[in-house]
Design a protein around this ligand. Structure first.
Ligand code: FCB
Length: 781
């Protein structure tokens, strides 16, 4: 069998971090960290503090050559500074001895986000002093274990620590200030420089740091990296690249901040914290850059978009959801982006050694009678390794690859529900079990590469034929059902082993009576057909990406309703996504009485307990109305669509509420959904109210009708009459003047529906989801 081989000295391994696995948060004098204070989750984690011998043995069995772990600062300095806690350092002594005895090379990270709370109380990373404390801590750790550690990483992903911790407030310490985030990021860089000096002075062999580098792409570039961009999109992409990547790369490797970044920092609290000489300290020579890669950032220009709190300075940039395959975390799977990152770094910094210090994925693992067959994780890692290999073949200086992560562990803001491990951990018993991905990764390490063409996978049929039993019997055996005689079980398991069979979803389905089929039921007529079609397309591709087969059904007659309910009753489908009819019928209720999970795309007209995904129509209408008020409009009319439509009811309610808050009276004209009726309603409003200076229309079609009427009547838009629509259909940006409107998130709706359904299929309790809308301001207001 030919293989895709990696360079001979290529380093294979796994990564973890202290707070995510150690537990024992008060053992041997450890002090609290910001994560102990911030997170309400159980602190025991994987109890690695006590079970490290077993974990090292697991790594040894896999054949890992390298282990990247992090040292817990509050174990070493429980109060943040002063005298080092020798009992805390003892743990790393023991761990290192165990690793070296197992022939595993340790890579130590000094800061993987667990700042001593005592230092946070003094200002945390916003305080410059913390950078100096970090250098003291680095020296103390080196003093104890420097004889056994050659490679040191100062920080892990300072962008996350600074901008999610101090900017967006979703990580510890949970602060929400753009100014503090920039300040913290600079102090982390400074801490890196000071610690690097201290480590080198103490004789450290190699010092590096770890950044999360995400390529920034537009949605169209996800499948076509080279796609040329409009000037606006190119600017949006460049800005996010500066904020996320260059903000860290350039001070470290060039000794300066990108020129485009300085005015952004200036606008958010100023640059006082950057002192003369800092950049020289930061730009210490770097022996190795650790690159953590999970997924790309996908953005496009969108003038009305407010800044994302994780990216202060990102006004006018929309972060997009793309209809690609995603992990359970919802992160798009784009393996070639790993190659893109590595090639870029090697081109920009040709002297720099790189190592992929984290890459991996969270998927929903199913524990079956005979193991955890995490085929998605295997193919995720395999595809990323192929991408990495192609970069190496083209000369990228990548020295190794570390999987995130060894054990299922504490996933920060997401808690314990996320599973990134090669090894499954049962948190009730702390029992470790290898997943198939662990064994597979062990094989990759042993052969130092991937097999050229994945061997043809044996099927249920092949196993059944070899064992001389039916497919259903094989399925029962691999799913651990008791109803099979021991002889048959032995025969089947022998065949499974000989053929190297990995049970797949279809095999499981025979037992669980799953069909893998999902019905997508469309009630007609629906308003806004183009929008519906787009959402349907996204939902289909997402569910197909999750391995489901989609059957589209039309619910347009009583007979079709009966047929659909019958199919569900007979369990010919696993689940149903229903686009309920605008005007209400009983199909949702009838389907909800079957055993088949159902979710609705759109709030139903008839109140029901079935969970739905909808957009915030009322909020969008209120924002549109408030925008008109803010532009100084005094008399605002609304062109209202048919009021038996749920979305129109909600838009009307939002509009009324906003007017009421401003102590203004509503003025309505009714219409159907056509442009012509929008024009007629506008004429009526202008006739009834000569002082009318603004119109909010319930849909873009109606708004476009109003634009026409205004033109015919010689009213200038926006000078005499401002007009706002709703939906942001394609035509809305092509009118003259361009139409201000409310954008509904199409791909997000589809993603939410797909997620909701998949959760329901797993038997999880779910509730309805209402997604925010966004005002898109153009020239009509
Ligand atoms: C990275 C972190 C790591 C883990 C993975 C999933 O950002 O460095 O600790 O949470 O994401």
């Amino acid at each position: 069998m030919s293989t895709t081989s990696f360079p001979e000295d290529f380093v294979w391994g796994v990564s973890t971090s202290a707070f995510q696995i150690e537990g024992a948060t008060s053992a041997d004098g450890r002090g609290p960290s910001i994560w102990d204070v911030f997170s309400a989750d159980r602190a025991e984690a994987c109890d690695h503090y006590h079970r490290y011998p077993e974990d090292v043995r697991l790594m040894k069995d896999l054949g890992t050559a390298a282990y990247r772990f992090s040292v817990s600062w509050p174990r070493v300095f429980p109060g943040g500074s002063g005298k080092a806690n020798e009992a805390g350092l003892d743990f790393y002594d023991r761990l290192l001895d165990e690793l070296l005895a197992a022939g595993i090379t340790p890579y130590a990270t000094l800061y993987h986000w667990d700042l001593p709370q005592a230092l946070e109380d003094l200002g945390g990373w916003t305080s410059r002093d913390v950078a100096h404390r970090f250098a003291d801590y680095a020296a103390a750790v080196h003093g104890r274990i420097g004889d056994r550690v050659d490679t040191w990483f100062t920080l892990n992903e300072p962008w996350v620590a600074a901008f999610l911790g101090y900017g967006a407030g979703i990580h510890a310490p949970g602060r929400k200030s753009a100014a503090e985030a920039f300040r913290s990021a600079h102090h982390m860089m400074l801490a890196h420089g000071l610690a690097t000096r201290a480590l080198r002075a103490a004789g450290a062999a190699r010092v590096g740091t770890v950044l999360n580098i995400s390529p920034v792409l537009t949605p169209a570039q996800v499948s076509d990296f080279g796609r040329p961009l409009s000037e606006e999109d190119a600017e949006a992409v460049a800005r996010i690249d500066t904020l996320a990547n260059r903000q860290f790369l350039e001070p470290l490797l060039r000794g300066s901040y990108p020129a485009e970044l300085l005015p952004i920092i200036e606008r958010h609290g100023g640059l006082d914290h950057v002192r003369d000489g800092d950049l020289d300290i930061i730009a210490q020579p770097l022996d190795l850059l650790g690159v953590n890669y999970y997924s790309p950032s996908v953005v496009q220009a969108q003038p009305s978009e407010p800044a994302d709190p994780a990216y202060p300075g990102s006004e006018g940039v929309l972060f997009c959801t793309v209809p690609t395959a995603v992990t359970a975390m919802g992160w798009p799977i784009v393996p070639n982006c790993l190659s893109l990152v590595l090639r870029r770094l090697s081109a920009e910094y040709p002297e720099l050694d790189l190592m992929v210090t984290e890459n991996g994925a969270d998927f929903v693992d199913v524990v079956t009678g005979d193991g955890i067959h995490d085929v998605e994780r295997i193919s995720f890692i395999e595809e990323h390794l192929r991408a990495l290999h192609s970069a190496v073949a083209d000369g990228a200086r990548v020295r190794g690859y570390l999987v995130w992560t060894l054990l299922d562990s504490f996933e920060w803001a997401e808690g314990y529900q996320r599973k990134f491990g090669l090894v499954h951990v049962d948190f009730a018993t702390q029992k470790r079990r290898l997943k198939d991905s662990a064994r597979w990764y062990g094989d990759v390490i042993r052969r130092n590469g991937l097999t050229e063409t994945p061997p043809r996978r044996p099927t249920l049929e092949t196993v059944a034929a070899r064992a001389g039993v039916s497919r259903a019997t094989v399925s029962r055996v691999v799913n651990g059902e008791a109803s099979v005689s021991p002889e048959v079980r032995t025969a089947v398991m022998r065949a499974v082993k000989e053929l190297g069979y990995v049970p797949n979803a279809a095999a499981r389905s025979l037992v669980t009576r799953r069909t893998n089929a999902i019905a997508l039921v469309l009630s007609v007529p629906r308003q806004g057909d183009a929008l519906t079609a787009a959402v349907v397309q996204y939902v289909t591709s997402m569910l197909e990406g999750a391995g489901k087969q989609i059957t589209l059904m039309l619910a347009d007659t009583a007979e079709s309703h009966r047929r659909i309910v019958q199919q569900a009753e007979a369990r010919l489908v696993d689940g149903v996504v229903l686009l309920p009819s605008d005007r209400g019928d009983t199909l949702a209720e009838r389907l909800s009485r079957t055993d088949v999970p159902i979710v609705l795309l759109g709030k139903p007209a008839v109140a029901s307990l079935v969970p739905y995904v909808d957009v915030d129509n009322a909020g969008g209408a209120a924002a549109a109305t408030e925008h008109l008020l803010a532009r100084g409009r005094r008399r605002i009319g609304m062109i209202c669509g048919p009021t038996d439509l749920v979305s129109v009811q909600d838009r009307l309610a939002g509009h009324r509420a906003a007017l009421q808050r401003a102590s203004k009276q509503p003025l309505l004209a009714l219409a159907d959904l056509t442009r012509a009726s929008g024009a007629a309603a506008a004429r009526q409003l202008l006739g009834d109210e000569p002082a009318l200076d603004a119109v909010f229309a319930a849909t873009d079609q109606l708004a476009i009708g109003a634009l026409q009427a205004a033109r015919e009547l010689g009213r200038r838009v926006p000078e005499d009459l401002a007009i706002v629509g709703f939906d942001d259909i394609d035509a809305a940006s092509a009118t003259t003047p361009g139409l201000t409107t409310v954008r509904v998130p199409l791909a997000e709706q589809a993603l939410a529906v797909a997620r909701l359904l998949l959760s329901r299929l797993e038997g999880r309790h779910t509730t309805s989801v209402v997604l925010p809308t966004r005002l898109v301001v153009r020239e009509s207001t």
